[in-house]
Structures are given as structure tokens and as C-alpha cells.
Design a protein around this ligand. Structure first.
Ligand SMILES: [Zn+2]
Length: 200
């Protein structure tokens, strides 16, 4: 655990309410986790002085959702939090698989947490997909496709694939078979284009 993070400084210096102290009875509030909740994390900006309790693995995961907000404006963070807290909540089946029925507080905080983490994952995936789409133009995509690759390809794999295909298609290496020359020309054009846009 990174004890030098600003989050932990904040936790250490903030006065702790009596009910915010972890105890033996408190379970990890991560959905489905049956371990002890020995580690606490602040519930969020709108809940000053309130904490959630997790096992070591889940306090780390929860804290990562806070790192995600670094660099976001206050307004964007508020909007995200508001949405996560007031938006759709998953319904909770209690006592599934013989697990003890969780308390009302546990259901509430677990639902908030799960919602927040799931939303965070979706946002990250969408942001990554968007940025890779933006970076690759239509012509580059087409060129990559003709080499059997997509926008995730790096320079080394583009070069390697081009060499393999060129070798397979070149008439000099195919007993003078010229039927593959058209295809060869297509991949040479594709490769040259990819070089001009920094993909090879
Ligand atoms: Zn846990």
C-alpha cells in the first residue's frame, strides 16, 4: 500500500468519528467479499467524515477510483459522483448462496461502490477506444486491414507482417508465379502509406 499518497495523508490528519473506527465485527463492504474490513477509505466529497471499510485488496481497488479523478475539474468530479450516486442502482439479492443477509448500510454502500467501479471501468474503456479511433485515419485503417492488422498494431508488427506477406506474394520467390502481383502491389502501397503516417 502506498502510505505516501495524498489520500492517506488526508485520512491520517482528519478527525475520526467514533463509528468510523474499524472493528472486528465489520466485514469488507465490497460486493460479495466475506473478508474483514480492516481498512477504511473516505466515502467521497459529499460525505466528509464518512468511511467505507474494506479488506486490503478492496481498499486498493477502491482507492484507484480516486486516483482516476486526478486532473479532472471539480465540476466534472461532482457530476460523476452525482451520477454514480443518483443513477441506476443494481438490485441486490440478499442471502444468495447461503451468505448472511447484509445489513442495510452494507447493501447501500456496496451498491454505491459497485456502481462507481463499473461506471469507471466503462468510462476508461470508452476513453481508450475513442483515443485510438481518433489517432487512426480511415486510410491508415484500410492499409492496416490489407495487412490483416488493426489500429492496435505497433511499428514492429506492421513491418513483420509486411515482410511475411511480401515474401509469400513475390513472384521471384514463387517460381515466377505472377498471379499474386496485384495483391503484392496492394500491400506495398499500404506499407508505404503506413510509413508516411508513422505506423511503420
Ligand atoms: Zn474485500
Amino acid at each position: 500500500m502506498n502510505l505516501n499518497s495524498p489520500l492517506f495523508d488526508k485520512v491520517r490528519t482528519r478527525p475520526v468519528a467514533e463509528e468510523a473506527r474499524p472493528n472486528e465485527e465489520r466485514g469488507c463492504q465490497y460486493p460479495g467479499c466475506q473478508r474483514k474490513g480492516d481498512f477504511r477509505a473516505p466515502r467521497g466529497r459529499d460525505y466528509e467524515g464518512q468511511y467505507l471499510f474494506f479488506c486490503i485488496d478492496h481498499v486498493r481497488e477502491y482507492n484507484q477510483t480516486y486516483n482516476y479523478f486526478n486532473g479532472m475539474s471539480d465540476a466534472a468530479v461532482q457530476a460523476f459522483m452525482k451520477d454514480a450516486l443518483t443513477g441506476h442502482r443494481p438490485t441486490w439479492a440478499s442471502g444468495v448462496n447461503g451468505a448472511p443477509e447484509p445489513s442495510a448500510t452494507k447493501i447501500d454502500s456496496a451498491a454505491i461502490l459497485r456502481e462507481r467501479i463499473e461506471r469507471l471501468r466503462r468510462m476508461r474503456a470508452e476513453a481508450q477506444a475513442q483515443s485510438s479511433k481518433k489517432r487512426v485515419g480511415k486510410l491508415a485503417l484500410k492499409a492496416l486491414e490489407s495487412l490483416g492488422l488493426d489500429e492496435t498494431a505497433d511499428k514492429a508488427s506492421v513491418r513483420r507482417r509486411f515482410k511475411e506477406m511480401a515474401k509469400r506474394l513475390h513472384p521471384d520467390l514463387n517460381d515466377g508465379d505472377r498471379s499474386r502481383e496485384d495483391k503484392l502491389r496492394v500491400i506495398i502501397d499500404a506499407y508505404n502509406y503506413l510509413k508516411t503516417v508513422g505506423f511503420a
